[in-house]
Design a protein around this ligand. Sequence first.
Ligand code: XIL
Length: 315
Amino acid sequence: QQTLGTLGKKAGLRIGTAVNMDALADDAPYRARVAGEFTSVTAENVMKWEAVEPRRGTYDWAAADELVDFAGKNRQLVRGHTLVWHSQLPAWLTEDAFTADELREILHRHVTEQVTHFKGRIWQWDVVNEAFNEDGTLRDSIWLRKLGPGYIADAFRWAHEADPKARLFINDYNIEGVNAKSDALYDLVSRLRKQRVPVHGVGIQGHLGVQYGAPHDIADNMLRFDELGLETAITEADVRIPMPADSTELEAQAEGYAVMLRGCLLTPGCNAFTLWGFTDTYSWVPDTFPGEGAANVLDEDYAPKPAYGTLRQTL
Ligand code: XIL
């Protein structure tokens, strides 16, 4: 039986998963599926700033290097996640501790150090993550407050300088369909391209919930980015369900996954479809959305749910 990865290759895209490094070390069936089913991987947490620079000036690349080595052995590409974000920052990195000039230098150094460390081994970087609010304004983060909106262009320039071959993405959630947030992202990347800022792709996270319906206009949205000459990717697909999940909800979940995959398949420049984990065992959903769960394509015993078969049929 063909894997999602081999089916994806025929369709011209990489099928990836976020990887939980504890599970990769401790759970052999998990490890076997990461190695066998997928053609790209994303670090679920170990490339985030709090993980790589827990104390100022002290870098810890061990876990991230382990994933990159694992991917190399299994001929998988790596999506780097993520360089500039408001969340999962190290405890030492607070707004009051530094002036704006210092923070700009800290961010510059972070981007340069991290991209340089992995130079040549990262296919796509999520350079800037979740920069927008739902209404399309820029998120009120440490970066916007202290550095102003120019931090976004700066981060792309710094990343490009450190690894000119890496494909550089801006990534966000709730931008599957055409809405205020995806409109604002479209305007931003249009401006950045005109200014010759090295942004190459738009990452659509794809965290859906069955109770919100599926983004049936996803291809319209993705195609407008395609027309700008940008690559696109679904970077963090999962479809959560209010617990307990019944069979209707599992079918709706399969439809949610299929709508996103079809959006990608209909978009020439969409080259990656990444699941935010593949088994309900290690999902982030129950911790973040109390009362919801069962968001992945395999259940807690690694048995396929309807969504798994639907993805295979759609590819
Ligand atoms: C999540 C991880 O899955 C969790 O393990 C962690 O506790 C919090 O972050 N958008 C992103 C991802 O870009 O980095 C987030 O990952 C999920 C939402």
